[in-house]
Write a protein that binds this ligand. Structure first.
Ligand SMILES: [Zn+2]
Length: 465
C-alpha cells in the first residue's frame, strides 16, 4: 500500500522504479540535457520575503542585536535581471531529440534509421558568469557579490565542470552558514575528484557561499544577518539580499537540480539527513536518490536557498549533517556518497555502486524547547527513537540545583539536538521527527501511521537550516 500523497516516481539505484514518469529531471535528460530547461527568470521566484522571515529565523540564540526582522522591509523583488536568452547557453540547439525529425514510419529510410546508430545530440560550450567553458573543461570562476568596506570587489569562488556529453546542470552549495564546515569539505572533495571525462551534463559548485562568515568562523554575514533567510534576494535590498540575489541570479537559476549542504547550528548536531519538499515529485526523486538513511519532509522556510530554488521550479534538497565548526569524517563521507548516488541517478555519472540502504521518511519534525534556564544535560542521543512523554533531558539550575525535565511531545526519532550546554528558556533543544514512512526493497512505501493531511506544525518554520 503506497502511503505517499504523491506517487513515487523515482528510479533509485538498486531499486527499479517508473523512470518514464520520473519528473522534471528525467524529462530533461531524455530531451538531451540541460538545454531543455527554461531557467526560471521569468517565472520570478517569490518576492524577497526572507526579509520579513528573518526575525524569527533561528531558535534561541539567533535573536539579538542586529536582528534583521527589525530592519526596513526589502523592496519588492523583480525577479532575476536579464533573460535566459541573453546568457545564451550554448546548448540551446540540443533540446530537440533526434527522433523528432525522423523519416516517415514504414519507409525504407525509416528502416535504415532504426538500424543505424542514433544521432548524438549536439553539445557545445557552457556559458555562465561571463565565462565560456568547453566540453571536458573545468573552470574556476568568480561571482561578484558586492564590495568590502574599503570599496574593493568581493567575490565568491565558483567551480564549473562541463561534461563531455549532454546532461543536466547539477549544483552544489556549501557554507551559506560560514561556520558549517562539513558541507564545505563535501563540496570540495566532490568537485576536485569527479572525473571530467565521465561527466554527462554540467556540475557547478559553490563550496563557500558565505565567504564573509567562513573567514570569521561565523554563521552570519558581517551585519549579523543570516544569508539563508534572504533568497532569492534583490539587487537593491539589504547587503544580505544583494548577496543572495547575486548567487541566485548568477548561478542558481541555471541549475536543473540543487543540493545545499548544512550542519546543525550553535552547538547543535544533526544526524545525517536530507530535507526536501516531498510533495514535489521531482524533489522527492532527488531526495530519495541521495540515499540518506533519514529523509525529512519540509517545504523549507521562506528565504532559504532551497525554498527559493524549489519555488523557482528547481528541485532542491538540503543535506544536513553534524555540528558547526568541525570537519566530521563520517558525516562528510556520507555526504560524498550521497552526492555520488545522486549524480549517478541523474545520469551524470556511470553507476558504480547501486546499493542503497534502507531509508526512513518522516513527514514532520519539530523542535522541543526548554522552559527553564540552566545547564542542559541530555538523556537521549542523536538518532534515538522516543515516544511521547519520554525524558529527553534535564535543565539544572546551577545555583539552586533545581532540576526541570524536558519530555518528548511526540513519538519519533531525535534527528537533531543541542549538545550539553548552558541554555535559556525557549532554546530549541531536541528536533524530533515523526509521521514515519518506510521505503522497502520493492520500492513501495510501507507506513507505520496513516498519512496525516495537516498543515505544517508551527515549528516547521523555525528549523535551523
Ligand atoms: Zn546551515
Amino acid at each position: 500500500m503506497r502511503a505517499f500523497r504523491q506517487p513515487l516516481l523515482v528510479t533509485l539505484p538498486g531499486i527499479r522504479r517508473d523512470r518514464a514518469a520520473a519528473g522534471l529531471l528525467a524529462a530533461l535528460l531524455a530531451a538531451g540535457g540541460a538545454a531543455a530547461q527554461a531557467p526560471p527568470a521569468d517565472g520570478s521566484p517569490a518576492p524577497a520575503g526572507g526579509a520579513t522571515a528573518a526575525g524569527d529565523a533561528e531558535p534561541g540564540t539567533d535573536a539579538g542585536p542586529g536582528d534583521p526582522g527589525s530592519d526596513a522591509p526589502e523592496p519588492a523583488a523583480e525577479g532575476p535581471a536579464g533573460t535566459p536568452g541573453e546568457l545564451a547557453r550554448a546548448t540551446g540547439d540540443a533540446a530537440e531529440p533526434p527522433a523528432a525529425v525522423g523519416p516517415e514510419p514504414g519507409s525504407e529510410a525509416a528502416a535504415d534509421a532504426v538500424e543505424g546508430p542514433p544521432e548524438p545530440p549536439a553539445w557545445g560550450p557552457f556559458e555562465i558568469l561571463g565565462a565560456r567553458i568547453e566540453p571536458g573543461e573545468k573552470a574556476r570562476l568568480s561571482l561578484a557579490t558586492g564590495e568590502s568596506f574599503a570599496g574593493t570587489r568581493v567575490t565568491v569562488p565558483v567551480t564549473a565542470i562541463h561534461g563531455t556529453s549532454p546532461g543536466a546542470v547539477i549544483c552544489i552549495t556549501g557554507g551559506i552558514h560560514g561556520d558549517e564546515l562539513n558541507g564545505v569539505e563535501i563540496a570540495r572533495r566532490v568537485l576536485s575528484r569527479i572525473p571530467h571525462e565521465q561527466l554527462r551534463g554540467t556540475l557547478i559548485g559553490i563550496p563557500i557561499v558565505n565567504l564573509h562568515g567562513f573567514r570569521r568562523s561565523s554563521r552570519y554575514l558581517p551585519d549579523r544577518r543570516d544569508l539563508n533567510r534572504y533568497f532569492p534576494g534583490h539587487p537593491r535590498g539589504s547587503s544580505a539580499s544583494r548577496i543572495a540575489h547575486a548567487v541566485f541570479d548568477g548561478v542558481v537559476r541555471w541549475c536543473d537540480a540543487l543540493v545545499d549542504l548544512h550542519s546543525g547550528s550553535f552547538h547543535r548536531s544533526n544526524i545525517p539527513q536530507v530535507r526536501a519538499n516531498l510533495n514535489d515529485p521531482a524533489t522527492q526523486d532527488l531526495a530519495l536518490a541521495f540515499g540518506s538513511e533519514i529523509v525529512v519532509h519540509s517545504p523549507g522556510q521562506v528565504g532559504t536557498l532551497r525554498r527559493a530554488a524549489t519555488d523557482a521550479g528547481i528541485p532542491s534538497i538540503t543535506y544536513e549533517a553534524g555540528e558547526p565548526m568541525r570537519f566530521q569524517r563520517e558525516e562528510i563521507e556520507r555526504g560524498i556518497t550521497g552526492l555520488r548516488r545522486l549524480l549517478e541517478h541523474l545520469g551524470a555519472m556511470p553507476v558504480d555502486d547501486p546499493l542503497v540502504g534502507p531509508t526512513e521518511l518522516f513527514w514532520s519534525a519539530s523542535w522541543i524547547r526548554v522552559d527553564e534556564g540552566g545547564i542542559l544535560r541530555s538523556a537521549v542521543s542523536l538518532g534515538q527513537r522516543v515516544r511521547t512523554g519520554d525524558l529527553l533531558g534535564i535543565v539544572i539550575d546551577p545555583l539552586t540545583d533545581e532540576h526541570a525535565e524536558i519530555r518528548s511531545t511526540q513519538t519519533g526519532r531525535v534527528i537533531g539536538m543541542a549538545l550539553d550546554q548552558v541554555v535559556i528558556p525557549g532554546f530549541a533543544a531536541y528536533n524530533v521527527a515523526s509521521e514515519r514512512r518506510r521505503l522497502d526493497g520493492d520500492g513501495l512505501l510501507d507506513t507505520d501511521n496513516p498519512p496525516v493531511e495537516s498543515s505544517p506544525p508551527e515549528d516547521m518554520s523555525e528549523r535551523p537550516e
